[in-house]
Design a protein around this ligand. Structure first.
Ligand code: FES
Ligand code: FES
Length: 166
């Protein structure tokens, strides 16, 4: 980072592309992404860490971008839901959200999709309780959550059967 008129240079890899921006050192990651780098998939909702609409993945970890100073993530790899679909092909999880009408306005999608993706990476065959717990940091005003839970469960891998007899 280099200082210039009180601003600092931010270097991020955003959805696979190396990006730089001159930012106010007090900028939140959410604002740097949306206002300086044009990455608008994460939404500015509550800005207090409660709704999850601003969720991204920073070096693979789920993060609410309204709770982070951008400079603290200098040099990191940031993924937004904009890069989930590759070549216009929805991921199975995105397709499941579409098929089950798991979103209406879409404002909550960044948080819901990344929470679900993270859960399925860690726990390929989650229970309904585990799904509800995983998405609990995200608020949805539209769906009542049941369709979201159904979408995530439809992507669960079949449980592994024990090779030993009962
Ligand atoms: S805008 Fe970040 S959690 Fe709501
Ligand atoms: S679809 Fe509107 S907030 Fe979730």
């Amino acid at each position: 980072m280099t200082g210039e008129e009180g601003r600092v240079e931010l270097r991020l890899t955003v959805d696979g592309a190396e990006r730089t921006a001159s930012i106010d050192p007090r900028s939140l990651l959410l604002d740097a992404l949306r206002d300086e780098l044009g990455a608008i998939a994460p939404k500015a909702g509550c800005r207090t860490g409660d709704c999850g609409a601003c969720t991204v993945r920073v070096d693979g970890a789920i993060a609410k971008s309204c709770l982070r100073l951008a400079v603290a993530d200098d040099g990191c790899e940031v993924r937004t839901t904009a890069s989930m679909a590759v070549g216009g092909e929805l991921t199975p999880l995105q397709q499941a959200f579409w098929d089950t009408n798991a979103f209406q306005c879409g404002f909550c999608l960044s948080g819901m999709l990344f929470a679900a993706e993270d859960l399925l990476e860690r726990t390929p065959s989650p229970s309904e309780t585990e799904v509800r717990e995983a998405i609990s940091g995200n608020l949805c005003r539209c769906t009542g959550y049941d369709a979201i839970v159904a979408a995530v469960l439809s992507c669960a891998a079949p449980p592994v059967r024990s090779s030993r007899g009962a």
